[in-house]
Design a protein around this ligand. Structure first.
Ligand SMILES: NC(=O)c1ccc[n+]([C@@H]2O[C@H](COP(=O)([O-])OP(=O)(O)OC[C@H]3O[C@@H](n4cnc5c(N)ncnc54)[C@H](O)[C@@H]3O)[C@@H](O)[C@H]2O)c1
Length: 244
């Protein structure tokens, strides 16, 4: 479905990004595995082989992101797909949140999406085609304790998606967004207890935990031709938690 498409996936050394990189490669895409964790990115790229390239870059560093875009063009000549997935979600009570923690959250989760999209869209505009998928979170709809800085940033990602879709539609660039629910990633065990994991199930309609590949599949839909009539949309992939 993504044969010979060139996709940059941010935050692809782990979790949802890793699953998306592996799934896109299965579908025939050439994949740029971008992450601040260079070792992890190289590990994922090595599992894919020649169709992948690892790039170490931090979403807060525009110069490194610009270099990543250039390296992609040098290696694969074009960029068809951008998945803005990199994100962090450290918990902090609203009353204790510092200016620094607030700013860092916006810098990675919201400004990182803006930066990377702007750099990649400059090339997509010339190609007159492209698909951008932004990863937000169902917490924007539900609210979530201890995540005021995160939920605000993820709401910003939905707003950014809508305006990018309006402006970039002139160039046949599609911009859509996914709001994942509680996804069972490898890193989850560091902040979710087994009891909390069971609680997620009681919130959902479906009686199984969501896996990273569940999000990867919807990324593939939004990055491929089956969604050619869609732009500016937010697709909720949460096992039937928030029913809007
Ligand atoms: N896991 C969930 O339940 C869930 C739910 C809703 C939304 N999301 C969103 O999905 C995305 C992926 O989450 P995940 O659970 O797979 O996370 P994860 O922690 O498993 O993986 C995130 C990856 O992003 C990378 N990363 C973090 N900050 C970075 C930066 N500044 N620059 C470059 N790379 C950076 C990390 O190194 C890591 O490889 C995030 O945007 C997250 O907010 C996750």
């Amino acid at each position: 479905m993504l044969n010979d498409k060139v996709a940059i996936i941010t935050g692809a050394a782990a979790g949802i990004g890793e699953a998306t990189a592996l799934f896109f490669a299965e579908l025939g895409a050439k994949v740029v595995v971008l992450d601040r964790d260079g070792v992890g990115a190289r590990h994922v790229a090595a599992r894919i082989g020649d169709a992948a390239m690892a790039v170490e870059a931090d979403m807060r560093d525009r110069t490194r992101l610009a270099a990543a875009v250039e390296a992609t063009l040098e290696r694969f000549s074009r960029i068809d797909i951008l998945i803005n997935n990199a994100g962090v979600y450290p918990r902090m009570p609203f009353l204790e949140l510092t200016e620094e923690q607030w700013s860092d959250m916006q810098d990675v989760n919201l400004a990182g999406t803006f930066r990377m999209s702007q750099l990649v869209a400059a090339h997509m505009v010339k190609q007159k085609t492209g698909k951008i998928v932004n990863i937000s979170s169902v917490t924007f709809f539900l609210g979530a304790r201890l995540l005021s800085h995160y939920v605000a940033a993820k709401g910003g990602v939905i707003g950014l998606t809508r305006v990018m879709a309006k402006e970039l539609g002139d160039y046949n660039i599609h911009v859509n967004c996914i709001t994942p629910g509680a996804v069972q990633t490898a890193s989850e065990k560091f902040f979710v207890t087994e009891e909390q994991s069971r609680e997620f199930l009681t919130m959902q309609s479906l009686r199984r935990r969501l896996q990273p590949v569940d999000i990867a599949r919807v990324c593939a839909f939004l990055a491929g031709p089956l969604s050619d009539g869609m732009t500016g949309q937010t697709v909720n992939v949460d096992g039937g938690w928030a029913l809007y």
